[in-house]
Design a protein around this ligand. Structure first.
Ligand code: FMN
Length: 366
């Protein structure tokens, strides 16, 4: 039996002057969601994608790493740039700087638990200092509003289990002019451990008028639907589940619209997407640097595939970008001979009852 279609859960979303084509968002991930990856996610079904965070420290703006993060050439609008920092004036400067370089939406990072960010009292550590958090939001909104650029905010559910203060900060942020808010249902204390909860997301959604985005552990179409239903959120944001599977957005869209799981992608399509991604990646980072940073994307793409682990080991020993692309081409040539559609890992069957396999649609229990 097919699940009940829920097309009302899939819809365009207005953000400032932009009409996002749908409400399936790619999460910002440092070292992952660079421009080539964001472009790919948008091509394969994401309605929106946020850049890796850019520091608010002026001294670092000219570095190669930061300027690559601010490279948006060819990315479909809107260009959303996330900034992270601890000082309101610096954050306002960073917002203006990025707007001058093409940012059309500025996202404030209040969600990253990384030491490098948190020891400088930025990222999710800011949630522990509500007055400072609000001062940053106000300064960034004041910098962006005259330019017509919406400000969004990404936060966790709170600082620790005893202090889930997302709702208080969310209300204040809405009052200060934030246009959209994302809540990752984990506390700062949890890092990426434990499981995400969605009650806080639901509470924030119920209290706010601006769009609220649910994030955390959404890794299958069924989970996306369940979270949208449980929270009433306007959108879902997907991070790790898109690593190596950027077509997950299209799969979710199909499931919401039809109530069935889409057939796995053609192996030849996956090969083409990955090779195009590698070309873009090598072009952005240069052949030497790009060769190394591309390995993780290739590793994610093949990790659950037949012979994927062995291929990954071989591929990690290749030290030439053209040879890396040839190896990927050959691996998928061989795979496509045996599997016209991408073989599915057991974990991809996400619900009890999902095991029935029809080449065009996999019906799952409602
Ligand atoms: C490798 C990696 C890098 C991340 N970098 C950022 C970042 O720069 N800014 C941010 O707000 N969140 C960052 N996050 C958090 C994600 O945006 C997201 O909130 C988190 O992974 C939970 O979503 P998921 O379960 O769908 O992955 C990062 C997560 C990962 C795994």
């Amino acid at each position: 039996m097919a699940a009940r279609p829920t097309p009302h859960l899939l819809h365009p979303l207005r953000l400032g002057a932009f009409e996002l084509p749908n409400n399936l968002f790619a999460a910002p991930m440092a070292g992952v969601t660079d421009r080539p990856f964001r472009v790919l996610c948008k091509r394969l079904g994401a309605g929106y994608a946020v850049s890796e965070m850019v520091t608010s420290q002026r001294a670092l703006w000219a570095t190669l790493k930061t300027s690559r993060r601010a490279d948006h050439a060819g990315e479909p609008a809107p260009i959303a740039v996330q900034i992270a920092g601890t000082d309101p004036a610096e954050m306002a400067d960073a917002a203006r700087y990025n707007i001058d370089r093409g940012a059309q939406i500025i996202d404030i990072n209040m969600g990253c638990p990384a030491k490098k960010v948190c020891t400088r009292w930025a990222g999710s550590a800011l949630m522990q200092d509500e007055p400072l958090a609000l001062a940053i939001v106000e300064a960034v909104v004041a910098a962006c509003t005259p330019r017509g650029v919406p400000v969004t905010l990404k936060m966790r559910s709170g600082w620790c289990a005893a202090e889930r203060n997302a709702l208080r900060i969310a209300r204040a942020a809405e009052g200060a002019g934030v246009a959209l808010l994302t809540v990752h249902g984990r506390t700062r204390e949890q890092g990426y451990g434990g499981v995400a909860e969605y009650d806080t997301v639901a509470a924030v959604k119920a209290a706010l008028r601006i769009p609220v985005v649910a994030n955390g552990d959404i890794d299958t179409p069924a989970k996306a639907r369940a979270v949208l239903l449980a929270t009433g959120a306007d959108a879902v944001m997907i991070g790790r589940a898109a690593q190596g599977r950027p077509w997950v957005f299209g799969e979710i869209a199909h499931f919401l619209a039809h109530g069935t799981l889409r057939a796995p992608p053609l192996t030849r399509d996956v090969q083409r997407w990955l090779l195009e991604h590698l070309h873009d990646h090598h072009a952005l980072y240069g052949e030497a640097g790009g060769l190394r940073s591309a390995r993780k994307h290739i590793g994610w793409a093949v990790r659950a595939l037949p012979g994927g682990e062995a291929f990954r080991a071989v591929m990690n020993g290749i030290d030439d970008a053209a040879a890396q692309r040839r190896a990927v081409q050959a691996y998928f040539d061989a795979l496509a001979e045996r599997h016209p559609r991408l073989p599915q890992a057991a974990a991809a069957n996400d619900e009890p009852g999902a095991a029935t396999h029809d080449p065009h649609a996999i019906a799952i229990a409602a």
